[in-house]
Design a binder for this molecule. Sequence first.
Ligand code: BGC
Length: 818
Amino acid sequence: MIDDILDEMTLEEQVSLLSGADFWTTVPVERLGVPKVKVTDGPNGARGGGSLVGGVKSACFPVAIALGSTWNPDLIERVGAALGEQAKSKGASVLLAPTVNIHRSGLNGRNFECYSEDPTLTAALAVAYINGVQGQGVAATIKHFVANESEIERQTMSSDVDERTLREIYLPPFEDAVKKAGVQAVMSSYNRLNGTYTSEHPWLLTKVLREEWGFDGIVMSDWFGSHSTVETINAGLDLEMPGPWRDRGEKLVAAVREGKVKAETVRASARRILQLLERVGAFEKAPDLSEHALDLPQDRALIRQLGAEGAVLLKNDGILPLAKSSVDQIAVIGPNAASARVMGGGSARISAHYTVSPLEGIRAALSNANSIRHAVGSANNRLVDLFSGEMTVEYFKGRGCQGQPVHVEAGDTGEFFWFDLPAEGLDIADFSARMTGTFVPEEGGEHVFGMTNAGLARLFVDGELIVDGYDGWTKGENFFGTANDEQRRSKRLEAGRRYRVVVEYEAPKASLDGINVCALRFGVERPLGDAGIAEAVETARKSDTVLLLVGRDGEWDTEGLDLPDMRLPGRQEELIGRVAEANANVIVVLQTGGPVEMPWLDKVRAVLQIWYPGQELGNSLADVLFGDVEPSGRLPQTFPKVLADNSAITGDATIYPGQDGHVRYAEGIFVGYRHHDTREIEPLFPFGFGLGYTRFAWAAPQLSQTEMGPDGLTVSVGVTNIGDRAGSDVVQLYVRSIEPRVERPFKELRAFAKLKLEPGATGVAELKIGPRDLAYFDVESGRFRADAGEYELIVAASAADIRASVTIRLPADHVMEP
Ligand code: BGC
């Protein structure tokens, strides 16, 4: 059928399929019954079409690093299935997920959006996720292909990575997604790879992906990440996103006529697009693109369960779990206590059905406590608190807010990301808007106004220009690197007085890097200062136990920028120290999208890392704190003692953050624990680490055979729960080559199994590995190669907690095609 359609199509029609129609849909060819399909972000929910801000509500799942911490592919497959349903509720046939870039520096703004520093763990979870999504008839899009481990100069940076490192660390999740899950779409990354944009990289998109791995789905560009006509299509990039076309359309038709692109190449790409439509059932029934909120009880329950499965208990001297009956005076302190920080920022942001803050979750769980006190203590926001409150928004044709508005509507927050304007006749390239709201300070004193804008804007308070985002505007990092850095100015305000806040905004005059983004965010806050910390100390002093909720928010952990360091932002370290001086029973609950240094670790009794766990945040946290459920997460990323212990942080800017448009992955395969192990650098918390509330005994590992044959072998480990509570343990199998012929990491994770056991129960972890698990990539022959000899199979509870090891033999060299 597809070939019949292609035969009927003109060249122009075939070409039209190779760019989006708009931001989120493909081009239909009505004459031939080819419908349009919608794509949606991804990965922790399905946002639907329209702007990146707001939109129809959706189930908000944990971010990927929290899923990575579950080490539970079965559960992640259920997440995928639920997200497939969510995508359908947004009229989408393609989900732009999962993200499987590797945790390299620990500072990547999108660290939260990726599963792990380890390719085996990442690949296993990605395969499960994709199976879940695609089982619902929705195509998954694995991204970003490849070597997109930082947000710095992300549209142009070249990641310079040697082939062995690519094959062993960065490519395997994509490879398994193709070979084991039959992923239907791949998104190329923004960056260049060894000097060439990945969206026009023939080796990557054709030789490796299609010829070696046998991929038969579509490759789409990241949004505005495709920069050429001839090079992209000839390299194997099928779909330029978003639409309407920039480098295709007439330009591609002309390139075919001039003989620069073969008609067969266009036909092959068009064929793959049609095949995708067929795979998602769009020919059987043209998709209904309308959107609705689908808030299912089973999703709520799954998200709540995931929160505990991904929570990593890093330290516990026995204070946890807290017995509900004995909790009397409890303080819930910190910037993340009353605000529900459920997800990261950037394109992964969705509009959650609802959120439960830690404070709400704890209040609901502790209905009998005598007293639950709360104090913020100190702030950790990167941008000034968002303005919220009633507002009038007037839209004008042209810049300068001149004449009569053509449209007036009500607003309620100071954040705007315009995709479609609300009235006919308004042109996104030439409009302006005026927001008028009122701010009534609760307390008098110094307040800070802040604004960041893509386009130009000025913020006035009672007619006085306070923040100038107009004159001298220069590009910074916000809004994906299209807005200026936040401009701030403070002003003394009186308590209770009504201040008129007016922002005048106009669209940017020229597009930046081909992207015309119209966005604005403004806010106001009263700095907490010393009084905030003093209040927290006082609150802690009056209480028996302190839950201290610190970390970051989705303005830090976000696409568009990397983190400046690995410390808790603002005065939070001081807050922890001061609170711990006032109260001996401090439990720190951390919310970050990656590792943080913990110079305060010795001062507190417990540390629980919960990442950004989705809409059920407060409930799943309460489940864990009060022992209704065990925290069973294990770190998917090493927490170094200090940032400089990370292998990419050497002081050499060419290795990180990059210099002159290149970032050299000079540490090669020594990423994460491969670096810490091999170089003997003790981490703060090792990869794979996490405590629980019960205890387990592991039996000696049993081997199915002592020689590795072509069909692989199995290591079995009996695990018994010897405590008095139900709990889970994760058995990890690492491989070490005893006499390597090339430099290799000390050991590498190759299999794992999570077992959930009732008290007294025994289960068996079955860890299967094959010849490829013994191999390294031999660049000379272009093949994976396992050298004959002895290998140690290390059974461990974390990269630093080796429980047993057994030796196997590979009788003869084993060489494998990639
Ligand atoms: C991100 C992608 C995302 C796309 C569409 C890009 O900025 O890198 O991950 O899918 O936008 O929102």
